[in-house]
Design a protein around this ligand. Structure first.
Ligand code: UD1
Length: 364
C-alpha cells in the first residue's frame, strides 16, 4: 500500500513520526513523506526529522509563508503533481494546519482515499483558521481517527457516518513514549541554568494574541509581575519574535529579570522542559494535551479550546490575560486540580490506526 504521509508545520511531525515507523515495521505499507514546506526554518522543521529518525522527505514542496490562500493554493498545486506521479492508495493527513487542508482537497478531488488523524476536534470558533481546516478535512475524509470520545460526538453531529469514525486515542502520546528515553537524557535545564520545577514555560504564537498591540502590551506587564516570583523560559516562535520587535517590546523582554527567551526548541528539549516545569502558560493546541498527559498545570490563553477533554479531565484551564494572575496564584498556592490521563492516550494509537487501515482494505 503506497501511503502519502503529509507534513507541513511543526505540530505535524510528532503526529506522523510514529505512523511512519509503525508502517515501516509492519511490512504491508510503503510510506512516502511529503513535506509541503509551510515551515522551513531548521528549528521549525529539520531538527524534528533528525530527532524522530525520519528520512529526508520523499517530496519537498517548498511552499513557504504567505497568505492563507496563497499557502494553501501552492501546496495544492504541488501536491497534486506528487499524487499523480506516485498514485498513493491513501493520503494521510494530521492535525489542522493549512497543509492539512490543502492535501485533503487534492486527495478528495483526485479520488484518492483520505484518512485524517486527530479528526473531530472542534472549538466551534470559525474565526480560527484551524477550525476551518478541521471542518473541511473531516468533511472530505474516508476514515476519521479521533483522539477522544468528544470528537466522535462532534463528527456525528455533523452527519458523518459512524462507520467511518474510529476512536484510536492520541497519537502524540505514542511519540512521547517512543522518545521517552531520549527525553530523559536531555540536558536543556543544565544549559539554561535552571532546576526542576523552579520555572514556568511560556509559549505564545496565535495571531489572536499577537495582533492587538494593546493586548500584547498588557500581557507584557502581567508577565513582568510574575517573573519576579517565578522565573520563565520562553521558547519563541519566529512570528512571535517579529511581533515583539514590531511593537517595540523586544529589548525590554530580553533584558527582563527572571525570563529566558530561547529559539524554538527541539522536541526532546521542549518535552523535558515542560515535564519538569512548575507550570505552563500557552496558546498552543498540542501543549494542552502534553501537559495533561504529564500532569503539569497548564493555563491556556484562549477563549475556547478544540481539546475540551484537557479541561474536563486533565490539568488545563482556559484564561484571558485579565484572569491570568488569578490562575497563576492558584497554581502557586498549590490548589490546582490534579487531572487524569484520558482514555487511550496510551502510546498504542499508531497500532490501532494501522489495524483499521488493514481491516478496511480487507473488507473491500
Ligand atoms: C501554523 C499553524 C498553527 C500551528 C503553528 C505551529 C496554520 C493555519 N497555522 O501557524 O495551527 O499552531 O503553525 O507553529 O496552518 N515563520 C518563519 N519560519 C518558519 C515558519 C514560519 O519565520 O519556518 C514565520 C513567517 O513569518 C510566517 C509566520 O511565521 O509568515 C507564520 O507562519 P505560518 O505557517 O503562516 O503559520 P504559523 O503561525 O506558524
Amino acid at each position: 500500500m503506497i501511503v502519502a504521509l503529509v507534513v507541513g508545520a511543526r505540530p505535524n511531525y510528532m503526529k506522523v513520526a510514529p505512523l511512519y515507523h509503525a508502517m515501516k515495521k509492519h511490512g504491508r505499507f510503503n510510506p512516502l513523506i511529503v513535506h509541503t514546506g509551510q515551515h522551513y526554518d531548521f528549528n521549525m522543521s529539520e531538527v524534528f526529522f533528525k530527532e524522530f529518525e525520519l528520512p529526508m522527505p520523499d517530496f519537498w514542496l517548498g511552499v513557504g509563508s504567505g497568505s492563507h490562500a496563497e499557502q494553501t493554493a501552492k501546496a495544492m498545486m504541488a501536491f497534486e503533481k506528487v499524487c499523480i506521479d506516485t498514485t498513493p492508495l491513501w493520503v494521510i493527513v494530521v492535525g489542522d494546519v493549512n497543509s492539512t487542508l490543502a492535501a485533503s482537497l487534492v486527495a478528495a478531488k483526485l479520488g484518492i482515499k483520505l484518512a485524517h488523524v486527530e479528526a473531530g476536534l472542534r472549538s466551534y470558533d470559525r474565526t480560527m483558521p484551524e477550525e476551518i481546516n478541521r471542518l473541511v478535512t473531516d468533511a472530505l475524509s474516508d476514515l476519521l481517527f479521533t483522539p477522544s470520545i468528544d470528537a466522535n460526538e462532534n463528527l456525528k453531529k455533523e452527519g458523518i457516518d459512524s462507520s467511518r469514525i474510529f476512536f484510536v486515542g492520541n497519537i502524540m502520546i505514542d511519540t512521547f513514549e517512543n522518545e521517552r528515553p531520549k527525553i530523559s537524557r536531555s540536558d536543556i535545564l543544565l544549559r539554561l541554568g535552571k532546576r526542576h520545577a523552579e520555572y514556568f514555560v511560556l509559549t505564545i504564537h496565535r495571531l489572536s494574541n499577537l495582533n492587538n498591540p494593546e493586548l500584547l502590551k498588557h500581557f507584557f506587564s502581567v508577565l513582568k509581575n510574575f517573573t519576579r516570583q517565578v522565573s520563565c523560559v520562553f521558547p519563541m516562535h519566529p512570528n512571535t519574535r517579529k511581533k515583539f520587535l514590531q511593537n517595540g517590546l523586544w529589548d525590554e523582554l530580553v533584558n527582563m529579570e527572571g525570563i529566558i527567551v530561547t529559539e524554538p526548541l527541539s522536541y526532546i528539549d521542549f518535552m523535558y522542559l515542560i515535564w519538569h516545569a512548575y507550570f505552563v502558560v500557552t496558546d498552543s493546541g498540542g501543549i494542552q494535551e502534553e501537559t495533561t498527559y504529564l500532569g503539569i498545570p497548564c493555563v491556556t490563553l484562549r477563549q475556547n479550546t478544540e481539546r475540551p477533554i484537557t479541561v474536563l479531565e486533565g490539568t488545563n484551564e482556559l484564561s484571558n490575560i485579565e484572569n491570568l494572575p488569578a490562575h497563576i496564584n492558584k497554581i502557586l498556592s498549590g490548589n490546582w486540580k490534579k487531572g487524569k490521563i484520558p482514555l487511550l492516550w496510551d502510546g498504542n494509537t499508531s497500532t490501532r490506526i494501522l489495524q483499521t487501515l488493514v481491516d478496511y482494505e480487507r473488507r473491500l
